[in-house]
Design a protein around this ligand. Structure first.
Ligand code: UDX
Ligand code: UDX
Length: 464
């Protein structure tokens, strides 16, 4: 079967870039990206593609090339479903904030709503592709909802987890290490799987397209993220040990990374990992393990999260202790709010938790991030529910100018590794700050020696 029309429900960080790449690489396929959020769709359709809702290097140029040609963004979900041969579900699956599994299980409310909507309006056979990260065996639930429509339409379900990382989404999509497609082990299932293999074959070498059964595919996504996050927690655990033993975590990382069995990537000690996936996916793995009675397995993976929470708290605590055990009324500048560089995404960003800790100690914060909006910063703080909105507004200011922000500050906490932080005139900044002038580099981006030479009291994570 050859796919001519694709619909994607969810125009987010995953759906938006992925569909743009498919449209760019498959000129014969019409791609409709739909979302219930009208303002998000309006932003995707903004005549100036610099205003699309997601910042990713290279994305705006790709949207400019394909939008209106074979890529369309709209809120007309029903029509897009009807027209499609293949439907990607790319809606968000946040951690449940209520009921059974609260704080752990994935909330599948939106996935179920999508399935019901597809079932209600589809009049021809469809291949349904799970793009959102889902707990193992979600496909089964999806199939039951879809198959109970009784209108004779056939649905085939595939799992095609996304491995792109934010900030490098375009190059990850263009040159993926692998594409994973899970399908049912039936004749129909294999045909559906082949149809999606054919879509990716337009630009991905065939030997990099892996096919598995649906459950392996779903579980592989959770496992990949758990392994990656585990590396960060492992090196972060070592960073604390390095600080008390006079070792240097970067030297340790280099030494172990040179072992080809370990590999050099994902060994950068940091203030803690963030992002929409790592924590959610591990919590999911923990929840699933527990629900099968596998308590040791659950505890093993939960420790990766416990370590990450510890690292964020430890960093914030270090600031308070160094500033003579009180930050009350002191101006502290937070450089970087996004969970990593080159994205405007702030979900689970370490900066939010460090800020929250410092605010509980009554610090006055000035936040600067090159891509995150003021509204987003306040909405992140308000979402925590640690204090009233008025209190947040009283203690926090968001600045668009890094130099203004740092004037008369007691301390700077660098929490995202934006490249521009390295290009600042740190001598001028030092002169404009209160003394002693403290810098806490949670991302190891600034050069320790030159910062010390300028006169800064400099804290480098992971170095004794
Ligand atoms: C999402 C999931 O969070 C993640 O688990 C998965 O791996 C990929 O998809 P992301 O694209 O980053 O990640 O989410 P988000 O940016 O929140 O986008 C989801 C979009 O779906 C939102 O724009 C939302 O408005 C839309 N949506 C949600 C619908 O269109 N319909 C719904 O019923 C629910
Ligand atoms: C991750 C996975 O990499 C991707 O394959 C999956 O599809 C979604 O989840 P993402 O969350 O976008 O992608 O970013 P990633 O680059 O994995 O970084 C996650 C967090 O770990 C960031 O906060 C980053 O700063 C942190 N990190 C990463 C470190 O602290 N040290 C490292 O060495 C690597």
């Amino acid at each position: 079967m050859s796919i001519k029309n694709i619909c994607c429900i969810g125009a987010g960080y995953v759906g938006g870039p992925t569909m743009t790449m498919i449209a760019a690489q498959c000129p014969d396929i019409t791609v409709n990206v739909v979302d219930i959020n009208e303002s998000r769709i309006a932003a995707w359709n903004d005549p100036n593609t610099d205003n699309i809702p997601i910042y990713e290097p290279g994305l705006s140029e790709l949207v400019k090339k394909t939008r209106g040609v074979n890529l369309f963004f709209s809120t007309e979900v029903d029509r897009a479903i009807q027209d499609a041969d293949m439907i990607f579900i790319s809606v968000n699956t946040p951690t449940k904030t209520y009921g059974v599994g609260k704080g752990m299980a994935a909330d599948l409310k939106y996935i179920e709503l999508c399935a019901r909507q597809i079932a209600a309006v589809a009049t021809t056979d469809k291949i349904i592709v799970e793009k959102s990260t889902l707990p193992v065996r979600t496909a089964e639930a999806l199939k039951r909802i879809l198959d109970n429509t009784g209108n004779g339409v056939n649905f085939d379900i595939l799992s095609n987890p996304e491995f792109l990382a934010e900030g490098t989404a375009v190059s990850d999509l263009l040159n993926p290490d692998r594409v994973l497609i899970g399908g049912e082990e039936t004749d129909r299932g294999r045909l559906a799987q082949q149809a999606l293999v054919d879509v990716y074959s337009n630009w991905v070498p065939k030997d990099q397209i892996l096919t598995t059964n649906v459950w392996s595919s779903e579980l592989s996504k959770l496992t990949a993220n758990a392994f990656l996050a585990q590396r960060v927690s492992s090196i972060n655990a070592l960073s604390e040990l390095c600080e008390v033993t006079e070792a240097d975590v970067n030297e340790v990382a280099r030494a172990i990374g040179a072992d080809s069995r370990i590999g050099s990537k994902f060994l950068k000690a940091s203030v803690g990992f963030g992002g929409s996936c790592f924590q959610k996916d591990i919590l999911n793995l923990v929840y699933i393990s527990k629900s099968y009675g596998l308590h040791e397995v659950a505890d093993y993976w939960e420790q990766v999260i416990i370590m990450n929470d510890h690292q964020k708290r430890r960093f914030a605590k270090k600031i308070v202790e160094t500033l003579f055990n009180t930050v009350s009324g002191k101006k502290i500048v937070i450089l970087g709010w996004a969970f990593k560089k080159d994205t405007n995404d702030t979900r689970e960003s370490a900066a939010i938790y460090v800020a929250d800790y410092l605010l509980s100690e009554q610090a006055e914060l000035v936040i600067y991030d090159p891509k995150v909006t003021e509204d987003q910063v306040f909405s992140d703080l308000e979402y925590l529910g640690s204090r009233s909105m008025e209190e947040n507004r009283r203690l926090v200011r968001v600045s668009k100018s890094p130099y203004d922000a740092m004037e008369n500050a007691h301390a700077i906490a660098l929490l995202t590794e934006w490249d521009e932080f390295n290009n600042y005139n740190w001598k001028d900044i030092y002169n404009s700050m209160l003394k002693p002038a403290f810098v806490f580099d949670g991302r190891q981006v600034l050069d320790e020696e030159s910062m010390r030479a300028i006169g800064f009291d400099f804290y480098k994570l992971g170095k004794g």
